[in-house]
Design a protein around this ligand. Structure first.
Ligand code: ZN
Length: 139
């Protein structure tokens, strides 16, 4: 999954567009994890992380995490199957069994917080790139 895919709401999830809009994403930290750019965001009481497996751009493969229950129950399993789950060790229970409910369309996506985070990053991608490269320029 690339950032652009996560930021785009699948037509089968049309009813989520409004819910995603209500999420107020903020960047907490732009850092490095496993040598890659990692963006940590918050939306109210939950934390999201988006790890770019390469350069910060819309077409780079990403791995994602959210601390909300919906992410655990609905999305961790399919994300893990597609190697898009960040911190899979935190979701052992969720990924070892078939998802209990929802995500009935088997669409590779995240919870509303993750989608909102992806859209936020997409809007500010130039600024985020600049901050990252200023802070982590090698040499
Ligand atoms: Zn979430």
């Amino acid at each position: 999954m690339i950032l652009k895919d996560l930021a785009t709401i699948s037509p089968v999830y049309r009813e989520r567009i409004k819910k995603v809009k209500q999420v107020d994403s903020k960047i907490i930290k732009i850092t490095k994890l496993f040598q890659n750019p990692n963006i940590i965001l918050s939306s109210g009481k939950y934390i999201q992380e988006i790890l770019f497996l390469g350069e910060i751009n819309e077409h780079t493969k990403i791995q994602i995490y959210c601390s909300c229950p919906s992410f655990n129950f609905e999305f961790a399993h399919i994300l893990n199957d597609n190697n898009c789950l960040l911190y899979p060790e935190k979701f052992k229970l969720a990924i070892n069994k078939t998802p209990r409910k929802k995500n009935k369309y088997s669409v590779l996506t995240g919870c509303k917080h993750c989608i909102s985070s992806a859209q936020y990053i997409q809007r500010k991608i130039d600024q985020i790139q600049n901050i990252f490269y200023k802070n982590f320029k090698e040499r």
